[in-house]
Design a protein around this ligand. Structure first.
Ligand SMILES: C[S@@+](CC[C@H](N)C(=O)[O-])C[C@H]1O[C@@H](n2cnc3c(N)ncnc32)[C@H](O)[C@@H]1O
Length: 269
């Protein structure tokens, strides 16, 4: 596992998680991360908007899953830091939110940020192996045998291999009850992996020990089966925020595609 490379403990190597934090305007990053982030931004100025498009969906996702779809347990993988734009800030009182991340230092900071916020938990877990997390005694105790829950994978799809997505899809399909729902960010679908600057960025992530796997929308949908995409369908991140490609420059579109570098969907059985 590449965890140590993606932890803030190692201040000499940039980390994908801390670069994301920096691009979002956060403070949990080091000079080495800021330099890598600025390098990426110099190649792809749209990356700042991209991370915001991705993160700002989460409040909507939380509202949709709870107030609209009626879930009162949300289990989130690869949560990053639970700052103002994350799930627990908008869920109705009484909702249980179980966050997780594979970076132990994200977990440590996250617990500091959350303090004793009621019904909100943060654990160390790997999105590649959801079975380990869902069978942990602490998690089983919190959910008490419930399987009619909402699962969230947001902002992590690009860092999972095809086999890892396929495995998570199969496992979560079996594990959740018939009423289960999976909010999934088809991260990076539409990215142009042949663009020279894009190749450079992918190379930067690979060197950090967190390779990114660019795939098309169709490839994602195939990997996510047997889950099916519920209404309102595969929503481009731009459209999710009421924007369209006129909000992108030609360079942005050439690199990121017209969707805003990803889609979001509610997957059901
Ligand atoms: C791009 S952030 C996404 C955060 C948040 N979910 C969002 O959408 O804004 C990526 C986070 O995923 C974590 N991560 C990456 N791969 C992971 C994995 N296999 N399991 C758990 N966490 C992972 C990183 O540590 C980082 O905090």
């Amino acid at each position: 596992m590449t965890r140590s490379k993606d932890s803030i403990v190692d201040a000499t190597t940039p980390s994908a998680g801390r670069i994301y934090d920096y691009l979002l305007g956060g403070h949990h990053n080091f000079e080495v991360d800021r330099q890598a982030a600025e390098y990426i931004r110099s190649l792809a100025p749209f990356v700042t908007k991209f991370v915001r498009l991705q993160r700002w969906c989460l409040k909507d996702v939380a509202h949709e899953l709870t107030t609209v779809r009626g879930y009162n347990v949300i289990i989130d993988f690869a949560s990053g830091l639970p700052t103002q734009d994350n799930l627990h800030v908008v869920v109705p009182e009484g909702t249980t939110v179980i966050y997780s991340d594979y970076d132990p230092v994200v977990v440590q900071y996250a617990r500091e940020i959350l303090g004793d916020t009621p019904n909100v938990h943060f654990f160390e877990a790997d999105a590649r192996r959801p079975e380990e997390f869902l069978n942990r005694p602490e998690v089983l105790e919190i959910i008490g045998g419930r399987r009619d829950v909402a699962i969230v994978y947001w902002g992590v799809g690009l860092f999972l291999t095809d086999d890892e997505i396929d495995h998570a899809a199969q496992y979560l399909y079996e594990w959740t009850s018939a009423e289960g729902c999976w909010a999934f960010n088809l991260q990076g679908a539409g990215l142009n992996k042949d663009n020279p600057a894009g190749v450079e960025i992918l190379d930067t992530y690979a060197k950090m020990g967190t390779p990114a796997f660019v795939r098309s929308l169709e490839e994602y949908v195939e990997l996510l089966k047997p889950w099916r995409v519920d209404e309102p369908g595969l929503v481009p991140l731009l459209e999710w925020h009421g924007l369209d490609s006129s909000d992108m420059s030609e360079l942005d579109i050439t690199m990121f595609g017209t969707a805003g570098a990803g889609y979001g969907a509610y997957l059901v059985k």
